[in-house]
Design a binder for this molecule. Structure first.
Ligand code: ADP
Ligand code: MG
Length: 252
């Protein structure tokens, strides 16, 4: 598997007036391989969401770089890298936030398509296909976010993310608001989509047990730093960093 993203010595310092700075991400390096699921685990405040925003271009790093590579393992130019950001989509913890409460789910899923010049009829066709891909009935398109369950809404949010044919999905605690059964279903869906849609996935989660079955590799973040990296089974059976041992103890 070749690398699609390489992150080198990434740091993010939040400056706030009157208060001391927060070094949220410190010298973080890792790669994302094409077609893999990379887990990022760590407690609340460890810098997971900041890393996600740096990768998706929502935040600018204070230091370090995010390099993006094409199929032929060539580094993309700055201009191409900017274009590529539209192919990195995020899925968040609270799916309702991905939708306007006053618009239908179908309208929300179709937004990216209309922005790309799709006609209303073409948009409706693709929205129906996307709903099918995420295991929802076509009639969901006519419902409003408050009329569907949180699990259905998360599936719809994934459909919305898929609309622009992304290469990378960054799921930031995307299953954390769901009960265990629905959590499992969404993980299975993401795993199927990874294969069928040719995706690479970054799966951010504070639950090490959840990433075990699902991720190829895991990074453990603690206080903005990567303290451990490896295959989930190895990390759980033989954690090396002190903080990882604490994490592992908490799930046993
Ligand atoms: N926009 C911001 N301004 C100032 N500090 C921030 C901002 N975003 C995050 N932080 C701080 O950075 C640290 C890491 O936050 P975050 O990346 O959200 O962690 P996580 O997602 O692991 O819970 C925290 O101390 C948080 O308070
Ligand atoms: Mg977070």
């Amino acid at each position: 598997m070749d690398d699609i993203i390489i992150v080198n010595n990434l740091s993010k310092n939040f400056k706030s007036r009157g208060k001391s700075d927060t070094l949220a991400v410190k010298n973080v390096s890792f790669c994302l391989k094409r077609g893999e699921t990379l887990g990022i685990v760590g407690e609340s405040g460890s810098g997971k969401s900041t890393v996600a925003k740096l990768i998706t271009g929502l935040l600018k790093p204070s230091d370090g770089e995010v390099r993006i590579y094409d199929n032929a393992e060539r580094l993309l130019s700055q201009k191409k890298a900017l274009e590529f950001y539209s192919q990195i989509q995020m899925v968040f913890q609270n799916p309702a936030e991905s939708f306007n409460p006053r618009k239908t789910i179908g309208y929300g899923i179709g937004e990216g398509l209309r922005n790309r010049g799709y006609s209303p009829a073409a948009t409706a066709t693709v929205v129906a296909e996307l709903l099918e891909k995420v295991g929802l009935e076509p009639s969901i398109a006519r419902k409003y976010p408050h009329q569907v369950s949180v699990g259905q809404c998360q599936r719809a949010a994934i459909a919305r993310a898929l609309a622009v044919k992304p290469k990378i999905l960054v799921c930031d605690e995307a299953t954390s608001a769901l009960d265990v059964t629905v959590q499992k279903q969404i993980i299975e869906l993401l795993d199927e989509l990874r294969k069928s849609e040719d995706l690479s996935i970054i799966f951010i989660c504070h639950n090490l047990a959840l990433v075990q079955s699902f991720c190829d590799r895991v990074l453990v973040l603690y206080d903005g730093e990567v303290v451990e990296e490896g295959e989930p089974d190895r990390i759980i059976n033989n954690p090396k960093a002190e903080y990882t041992k604490v994490l592992v103890d908490s799930i046993l």
